[in-house]
Write a protein that binds this ligand. Sequence first.
Ligand SMILES: [Zn+2]
Length: 269
Amino acid sequence: MRVHVITDMEGVAGICRWAQVSHDGALYQEGRRLYTQEINAAVRGAFSAGATEVVVMDCHGAGEELSFNSLIAEDLDPRCEWVVQNEWTEYTGALAAGCDAALLVGMHAKAGTPDGVLSHTVFARDWSDLRFNGVSVGETGINAALCGHFGCPVAMVTGDRATCEEARALLGDGLALVETKVGLGRYSARMLPPSVVRDRIQVAAHAALTGPPRVEAYRPGRPCTIEVDFATPDAVERFLHRDGVELAGTRNIVSRGADWWEAWRRFYF
Ligand SMILES: [Zn+2]
């Protein structure tokens, strides 16, 4: 069994401020430790359920340069491999080779979610909404669509309560969920000690990968229309002459493709 672990930092237990995910300073170093240990919990659950190959992909763009390299390599479970990508959603190798399931660890809620800790979609200051064929989604939806394009179902999502509710609504009741915290606002949360959350993630990952699949691969539909609402009008300027991308208002674009991956590639890269 091959398992892809897709990870983000904002949904990890103990994290509720940008300084913990922002690429320098003592709080970022604390965030990295919390992040890496939560990833390890999912990796342990995967191997105990019978995984033979686990590839971890860090999807947290830290700091202004959006470095996708926040986990602490020397602390990783020695049985897994991991990928550092240059741009988000760029690396598809493990999925293209065939993965049985994906585990999404440390996810956060989509832009505009009031009780979503550090809620945002892709670019925290720039994107106000994202829709796949009319359905509003956040980064859980993007990761699930990327996996789904390659036929890989998401078996588990971890993150705050709002993220878990968003994921269940999109991916269905068969999805395993681990609440890492309960958001009280965008920068405040009621938390559990990280050690408790890690134990729950390990157990949930094991259960999610045991027995018949309970979640189908997520496919937003064919053909696929992706709409992005930006916060400011200047954000659409770089799409003015992009094939397959239309302006749909002063700060909105529409990208169309035969399937989700084509529509995504047309505007995102
Ligand atoms: Zn992130």
